[in-house]
Ligand binder design. Structure first.
Ligand code: DX5
Ligand code: ZN
Length: 213
């Protein structure tokens, strides 16, 4: 039997006020992780931040940095994000680099490895890689933008993933809020990412607690 860990909340920085990121990370100190979305304008039609911004936030919070790379070519950037302070580094199985090589680079960097599945990718795609991952991110929106609606059918991937990889944390990313969090928890999520629901709330600490139960 694998002992269930308490649910972790990972607020997505994408919904924060980018003019005041140093203060924004302190508004979510009650969370367990900070979800950092990195976009290249190629893998997804949006741009966000790079390792320099991550490094500038490292001494502003002790939160675990959960870095989500939405990059066509993550391989050349692994070391830079680790040096910037990433605790876990997650890349998409749909990227253009060799997944085994990216995983090896993450492990070598000392960061915890994660892999993400876009909505159209079936859970079986992770079969060769799942064992030994720290987390699997199940996207419940098309990656690229915050503030979208959670696609419920994507949650059906969690149960087969949990069965296949009982030691890997399952993270749900996209459209998680007070209404959808119970569906994610029931589906077996271990980590909930929430951008809009946390950073756009007047009281982020209260918003985080609402997602837990
Ligand atoms: C989407 C990102 C998500 C997103 C979540 O590409 O990976 O992390 O910021 O934002 P909300 O919670 O607003 O859907
Ligand atoms: Zn994300």
């Amino acid at each position: 039997m694998v002992k269930a860990e308490p649910l972790k909340i990972s607020p997505s920085l994408l919904a924060a006020d980018f003019s005041a990121l140093g203060q924004e990370v302190q508004r979510v100190a009650a969370a367990d992780m900070l979800h950092i979305d990195v976009m290249d304008g190629r893998f997804v039609p949006n741009l966000s931040i790079g390792p320099q911004v991550v490094a500038s936030l490292r001494d502003k919070t002790s939160l675990f940095f959960d870095v989500h790379l939405m990059l066509e070519h993550p391989l050349p950037y692994i070391e830079a994000f680790r040096r910037a302070g990433a605790d876990s580094i997650t890349f998409h199985i749909e990227c253009a680099d060799d997944s085994a090589a990216v995983l090896a680079a993450i492990r070598e960097s000392g960061a915890k490895p994660g892999m993400a599945l876009s909505p159209a990718t079936p859970p079986q795609a992770l079969e060769p890689f799942g064992d030994g991952l720290y987390l699997i991110t199940v996207m419940t929106v098309e990656p690229g933008f915050g503030g979208q609606k959670l696609m419920e059918p994507c949650l059906e991937k969690l149960s087969p993933l949990k069965k296949a990889f009982p030691h890997v944390l399952l993270e749900v990313d996209g459209g998680v809020n007070e209404e959808t969090a119970p569906l994610c928890r029931r589906a077996g999520a271990d980590i909930l990412v929430a951008g809009t629901a946390v950073f756009r709330a007047e009281d982020p600490a209260a918003a985080i607690e609402k997602l837990r139960y």
